[in-house]
Design a protein around this ligand. Structure first.
Ligand code: PHE
Length: 348
C-alpha cells in the first residue's frame, strides 16, 4: 500500500512538474517551429515526456490506475489546448514570418498637397467674375469642326484649320483649339441675358517655347443681352484687371478674330522684367493675356439668335500666362512639367 501510494504520488508530482515547465515555454513560443519542437518534446507519441511517464501506470496497483489515468489525460488535454492556442497566436500576429519591427527607424515624410498655380489663378478669376453676375459653364474638349470653327465664322480657308495648328481626331472631330465653341453651345442652350465664364483645356500643335505649350488652359467669357456695347466690354475687363493685377498697368490693342468685330487684345506690363524686355515677353515689355471683342452677328445667327435684337461681347484669356506673371515663372513649360519642387513652392 505504501509502495503504491508513493508511486502514484511520484507519478502525480512528475505530471505537474512537466505541466508547470511546459506551459510557460509554450506561452513564450514565437514561431511555428518553436511550437513544433515543444509539441514533440512534451506530447510526442514516441519520446515525448508524457509518453515516457505513461510507462509508470502499468506498474501501479489496479486501485491507483484510474486516478493516474485521469490525471494523465487531464494534463495531456491541457497541454494540447495550450499548444493550439499558441499556434493561433503565432499565426495571427504573423510573428512566424515577420522580423521584429525596428522602432528606431525614422518615419516617412508626409508630402503636403498644393493647388496647381493655374488652378489658383482660375479660381481667383472665377471669383472676380462671379461677383459681377457671371456663372460657370463647361464644354467638351473633343469638338466638331462646326463648333470649333464654322459656327465661329472661320472661313473654310482659314490657316487655323491647317493640320499644323489643329489636332484632328481619328474618325472625325478635333481637340478644341480654344474655349470659344462653348460660346455657341451656351447661346444654343440659354436665352439672353447670358453671362458665363468657361474655364477649360485647349490643344494646339504650337511650337513649344517660353509662352506656348501644346495643351493649355483658357477661360472664355461671354455676355449677351439687348443693348450691350463695347463700353460694357472695356469697363468689365478693366474692372477685372484692377481687381486681379492691382497696380500693374494694362492696355488694350486693336486685333482680329473671325468671331468678334471689332476685336482687341489686352496686355499686362511684363511682371518678370517690369517692362524692360525679357525672353518671356519677347523683349516687348508687355504680355498678351486675353483676346476679346464684340460677338460677330453671324456667330449669334449660327446659334439661332436674332442678331438684330441681341448684341454681346466675349473674351478668351490664358490663365497659364497670367500665372506666369503672378508667380514670376519665366518658362510656361514649368507649369505643365509637373515637377513637385516647382509646383509645391508656388502653390498654396
Ligand atoms: N478664342 C480666341 C483665342 O483662342 C480668344 C478670344 C475669345 C478672342 C473670345 C475673342 C473673343 O485666341
Amino acid at each position: 500500500m505504501t509502495e503504491s501510494i508513493s508511486s502514484l504520488t511520484r507519478f502525480l508530482d512528475e505530471l505537474s512538474a512537466i505541466e508547470s515547465q511546459a506551459v510557460p515555454e509554450i506561452g513564450a513560443a514565437r514561431t511555428a517551429d518553436d511550437l513544433e519542437a515543444l509539441r514533440v518534446r512534451y506530447v510526442g507519441r514516441k519520446s515525448g515526456r508524457l509518453s515516457a511517464l505513461s510507462g509508470m501506470v502499468a506498474g501501479m496497483s489496479a486501485a491507483d490506475r484510474p486516478a493516474a489515468g485521469q490525471a494523465f489525460n487531464g494534463t495531456h488535454k491541457r497541454l494540447q489546448e495550450q499548444l493550439a492556442a499558441a499556434a493561433a497566436r503565432v499565426l495571427s500576429t504573423g510573428a512566424a514570418a515577420t522580423p521584429a519591427i525596428d522602432l528606431t527607424m525614422p518615419g516617412r515624410a508626409v508630402w503636403r498637397g498644393a493647388r496647381h498655380p493655374v488652378t489658383i489663378v482660375i479660381d481667383e478669376i472665377a471669383d472676380i467674375f462671379r461677383e459681377i453676375g457671371f456663372t460657370i459653364a463647361l464644354g467638351p474638349e473633343a469638338e466638331s469642326e462646326w463648333y470649333n470653327f464654322t459656327a465661329l465664322n472661320f472661313p473654310p480657308e482659314h490657316p487655323a484649320l491647317d493640320m499644323h495648328d489643329t489636332l484632328y481626331l481619328e474618325g472625325g472631330g478635333l481637340l478644341r483649339t480654344h474655349t470659344s465653341p462653348v460660346q455657341i453651345r451656351t447661346l444654343q442652350r440659354y436665352t439672353p441675358p447670358i453671362r458665363v465664364l468657361v474655364p477649360g483645356n485647349v490643344y494646339r500643335r504650337d511650337v513649344f517655347d517660353a509662352s506656348h505649350a501644346p495643351m493649355f488652359a483658357q477661360i472664355e467669357g461671354l455676355a449677351v443681352d439687348e443693348g450691350v456695347s463695347f463700353v460694357d466690354l472695356k469697363a468689365t475687363l478693366s474692372h477685372f484687371a484692377r481687381r486681379f493685377f492691382g497696380a500693374a498697368t494694362t492696355r488694350f490693342r486693336p486685333s482680329f478674330f473671325p468671331f468678334t468685330e471689332p476685336s482687341a487684345e489686352m496686355d499686362v506690363e511684363c511682371q518678370i522684367c517690369h517692362g524692360t524686355g525679357c525672353a518671356t515677353c519677347k523683349m516687348l515689355g508687355w504680355v498678351e493675356i486675353l483676346g476679346c471683342g464684340m460677338v460677330h452677328p453671324s456667330v449669334l445667327e449660327s446659334a439661332g439668335l436674332d442678331a438684330e435684337r441681341y448684341t454681346g461681347w466675349a473674351f478668351g484669356m490664358g490663365p497659364g500666362r497670367i500665372a506666369q506673371q503672378r508667380y514670376d515663372i519665366p518658362l510656361l513649360r514649368e507649369l505643365y512639367d509637373g515637377d513637385v519642387r516647382v509646383l509645391g513652392a508656388l502653390g498654396q
